[in-house]
Write a protein that binds this ligand. Structure first.
Ligand code: BES
Ligand code: MN
Ligand code: ZN
Length: 501
């Protein structure tokens, strides 16, 4: 889908649909909307008086062949209350408009934003909204159900004075949205079409395309390195594991500058292993590599946005299967960091592979760590599918991430990490055990386990088990992989000070 800037007056744009948004105030037809109302002979005023146009959040009003306007249709989207409106809502609203029009086989649209929303951040948000909404999980459909694609979206309302800002926003928005969609595409893949080896190939192909360095560790290198926790999970499967390392290096790196490590859980299918999961809903465990896919999507964007600091993604990838060689409850494993782990439940495999992923990121020189993982059902109990859980060892570092989540419009909520939770994963015979003994707090004890492997580096853990997959479509996004955290992490890295301690 092509996105361009339109500087002609909106009344004269020859497009299939002109889209704009109206606010739920005493009178939705006021200010600049009044101008639009006048241009189409008072049609909006009539709709508003009759009660059809209320401007409630995401209400849609479609006017066909509006008199006096060149566009064939006028689509009004309710924006809700003006004082609650922000760039995150603008993004969603643009996405909702696109999906509404796409379902009606409309191929060309123009999105008119109001004066307050004519800056590069708004243009970026609109672009992201349109492109993320355009994505469909129809890769394996031989007949594409949604028929015609939306071919062109124009950002309208701009002029010669702000055209450059619009173009910059469109360019960034495209990079971010396409990277988020890259992640979603991977998350949607079934496990037979995305084994650890295939995930590594897909990562390497992406890296080649955007100019990033990759190093894929195969099973023999993983063994040489003694990544015992990852190998323990992988040993139950016929598919060999991989550790995918993707590195972005800026043109100039100051010695002693921070290096960010992005570690993502890459379990391409989680049966639970010997502590096997119930059959019901098990098919969803193909998305247990969403954390890894998130980090790869972020790297794709960074390659193009070029931050001033070095970033290394580490994605340990494996299946968790109950094969004849599978690890068994009670087994003790020696991790890459040297710490011994008593595996009381083989279904708590994410933390095992991340233990080695985090330790390896440290070895590669990462000074700051962020991990993302579909780690626990307990985070879904705590936060449902609304917020991702955020855990952090360093207040300032964590606050930066939460600020990025707010500006990216992704919901995240901070969770606690008190020392008391560490007590709950003390093992009788090893350094640590991989699950706590049933006193609740499962998402926190899982985070506490990971913290042991971050060493003294500032570290953040994102538990995206509840948010990485949409069971139902949103007005602005198809069902399936959501690409949660991609936008937040891009913002986080782009705004991270290259001279931070
Ligand atoms: N991949 C799952 C967590 C998960 C649950 C992801 C629901 C997405 C949706 C993880 O490996 C797991 O099985 N966790 C166990 C841990 C338990 C055994 C301590 C869980 O949450 O039940
Ligand atoms: Mn599991
Ligand atoms: Zn898992």
């Amino acid at each position: 889908m092509e996105i361009t800037v339109e500087t002609r007056p909106f009344t004269t744009i020859e497009t299939e649909a002109l889209v704009t948004y109206v606010f739920e105030d005493n009178d939705p037809v006021q200010g600049r909307v009044a101008e639009l109302d006048q241009a189409c002979g008072g049609a909006l005023r009539k709709l508003s008086s009759s009660g059809e146009l209320t401007a409630k959040w995401l209400e849609t009003t479609l006017v066909h062949f509006p008199a006096g306007l060149a566009p064939q249709r006028l689509l009004l989207i309710g924006a809700g209350k003006r004082d609650k409106f922000n760039v995150a809502q603008l993004r969603k609203l643009a996405g909702a408009a696109l999906r509404y029009l796409k379902a009606r086989k409309i191929a060309r649209l123009a999105f008119l934003s109001w004066e307050a929303d004519r800056n590069s951040a708004s243009a970026q948000a609109i672009t992201e909204g349109l492109l993320v909404a355009h994505f469909e999980p129809d890769k394996y459909k031989t007949e594409k159900k949604n028929g015609k694609e939306v071919e062109a979206g124009a950002l309208a309302g701009w002029d010669a004075t702000n055209r450059a800002e619009a173009e910059q926003g469109i360019e960034r928005g495209r990079i971010v949205a396409e990277s988020q969609n890259f992640t979603r595409e991977l998350v949607n893949e079934p496990s037979n079409r995305l084994t650890p080896r295939i995930l590594a190939d897909r990562a390497a192909a992406m890296a080649r395309e955007v100019g990033l360095a990759t190093d894929v560790l195969d099973e023999s290198r993983i063994e040489e390195l003694k990544m015992g926790a990852l190998l323990a999970v992988a040993q139950g499967s016929a598919e060999p594991p991989r550790v995918i390392v993707v590195t972005y290096t800026p043109p100039e790196v100051r010695p002693g500058a921070p290096v960010i490590g992005l570690v993502g859980k890459g379990v391409t299918f989680d049966t639970g292993g010997i502590s096997i999961k119930p059959a019901e809903g098990m098919e969803k465990m193909k998305y247990d590599m969403a954390g890894g896919a998130t980090m790869l999507g972020v790297m794709r964007a960074l390659a193009r946005l070029k931050p001033a600091l070095k970033v290394i993604a580490v994605v340990p990838a494996t299946e968790n299967m109950p094969g004849g060689r599978a690890q068994k409850p009670g087994d003790v494993q020696v991790s890459l960091a040297g710490k011994t782990i008593e595996v009381l439940n083989t279904d708590a495999e994410g933390r095992l592979i991340l233990a080695d992923g985090l330790a390896y990121a440290r070895r590669l020189g990462c000074t700051h760590l962020v991990d993302a993982a579909t780690l626990t059902g307990a985070i879904v109990v705590a936060l449902s599918n609304v917020n991702a859980g955020v855990f952090g060892s360093d207040a300032a570092f964590t606050e930066r991430l939460l600020a990025s989540a707010r500006s990216a419009g992704e919901k995240m909520w901070q969770m606690p990490l008190d020392d008391e939770y560490r007590e709950m994963i003390k093992s009788t015979i090893a350094d640590i055990q991989n699950v706590s003994s049933g006193k609740g707090g499962g998402a926190i004890t899982a985070a506490m386990f990971l913290k042991e492997f971050a060493g003294d580096a500032p570290w953040i853990h994102l538990d995206i088990a509840g948010t990485a997959w949409l069971d139902e479509a949103k007005p602005w996004a198809a069902k399936g992989g959501s690409g949660i955290a991609v936008r937040t992490l891009i913002d986080f890295v782009m705004n991270f000070p290259a001279d931070a301690k």
